[in-house]
Design a protein. Structure first.
Length: 406
């Protein structure tokens, strides 16, 4: 008697708009504002907050392109699917998918080392051991289940945002601020001033990267046509508001000379705070960096799963056990590579190149949408943006990509 094999388990659609927004905020906020305010201020001076605003405007164009593409193709390994549909070249899909996965893995490796460094200052334990611990625990959470993983990331994101709000609140209560007045943060029309602002917006741009990770869990989103665009736009608006308020607060309180040389710029706001406040905020910073590791793991494993599910990589990487309904083999591969990188390579150099990978992907994704919109329209319902959006997305991403090599 002939029996029909049961269909292999697919990913579970369980993410709602609030969870997806918190997921996007988690990867955006954790990797960005906690680290980049000092570096941005070093280049832009008192106009650092304006650089974050310029970066937000640039990123919003590509974010809108992603919102349409993610609802046209609500699948894992989103960028690979977009580029394959746009250019109609299978090899480009594999290349883009691997580039996106690599950017996530390298970023997670760098962030894991940062988390271990923060933990070292709190515990005194060895950095190598702490790195292995952080990566292993985050890997187990990622395997556990997408709802559980994103719920954990969402809880951590709330803590991160609470940390930023605490920075803003504490900063506003400081009696004798040593930074710049708000009136001094508004730039004039001098070319040299704007040259600095645009150069610093390159740094600020990477504080907004994260919305593209949302597209890679599209296969696990309830009602992707309505949920994904709302979540992407909410993430950008909320992140921009937090970045502006936080950067203005730090610029008000801390002298530029001190701010521009700090690897932990937000801790400087608490220069006269009790030790328990300083330690507490350091713990929040650890949580923020750990969240970045988890979210990048989830993203990279979904990209690898999506490529394998479409026969671009070995089929074993698309294995989804019934118990977890997560891509376990792909996640284990990601964890193994991250462990290897954190223990063997100077990850800082590789992390710099991740920025170029992301911008290169943005250029190709925007070109793909431009090509798709020039063909006969699809009949299925999806979010739509005007043609000028991806065209401007190509131009702005390409300019930033080129400026990164100068």
């Amino acid at each position: 008697m002939h029996t029909v094999d049961p269909p292999s388990p697919k990913l579970r659609r369980s993410l709602t708009t609030p969870l997806l927004t918190l997921y996007g905020l988690g990867v955006t906020v954790g990797a960005g504002i906690y680290v980049l305010v000092g570096a941005t201020a070093e280049v832009a001076g008192p106009y650092a907050a304006v650089s974050f605003l310029v970066a937000a405007l640039v990123v919003s164009l590509t974010a809108l392109s992603y919102a349409e593409l993610a609802t046209r193709f609500p699948v894992s390994a989103g960028e690979a699917a977009y580029v394959e549909a746009g250019f109609q070249r299978g090899w480009m899909a594999v290349l883009i998918g691997l580039a996106v996965a690599a950017s996530g893995i390298i970023s997670a490796s760098a962030v894991a080392l940062g988390a271990a460094s923060y933990l070292h200052t709190l515990t005194g334990l060895g950095t190598a051991l702490l790195t292995i611990g952080v990566v292993s625990v985050m890997g187990l959470i990622a395997i556990w289940g997408i709802t559980q993983s994103v719920f954990v990331a969402a809880v951590i994101t709330v803590i991160e945002i609470a940390g930023l709000l605490f920075v803003i609140g504490w900063g506003m209560s400081v009696q004798e601020p040593q930074g710049h007045e708000i009136s001094e943060m508004i730039p004039g029309l001098e070319l040299s001033t704007w040259r600095g602002i645009i150069a610093a917006s390159l740094l600020a741009f990477f504080a907004f990267v994260g919305f593209e990770d949302m597209a890679n869990v599209a296969e696990e989103v309830k009602d992707p046509t309505h949920t994904i665009p709302k979540a992407i736009l909410l993430t950008l608006v909320l992140a921009t508001g937090l970045y502006l308020a936080t950067s203005i607060t730090v610029l008000l309180i801390v002298p530029i000379d001190t701010l521009s040389t700090s690897a932990a710029p937000l801790t400087l706001v608490f220069f006269d705070a009790p030790e328990v406040i300083k330690q507490g905020f350091a713990a929040v910073a650890v949580v923020a960096t750990v969240n970045g590791v988890l979210i990048q793991m989830i993203m990279a494993s979904r990209v690898i799963y999506g490529l394998a599910d479409r026969d671009h990589l070995p089929k074993i990487l698309a294995t989804v056990p019934q118990v977890t309904q997560t891509p376990v083999v792909a996640t284990l591969l990601v964890v193994a590579v991250i462990l290897l990188l954190t223990q063997t390579l100077p990850i800082g150099i590789l992390a710099e190149r991740t920025s170029q990978i992301v911008l290169g992907v943005f250029v190709l994704v925007n070109i793909s949408l431009t090509l798709l919109k020039s063909r006969p329209g699809s009949t299925r319902e999806h979010f739509r943006v005007p043609l000028f959006v991806p065209i401007l997305g190509v131009l702005t991403s390409a300019l930033l990509f080129g400026a990164g090599f100068l």
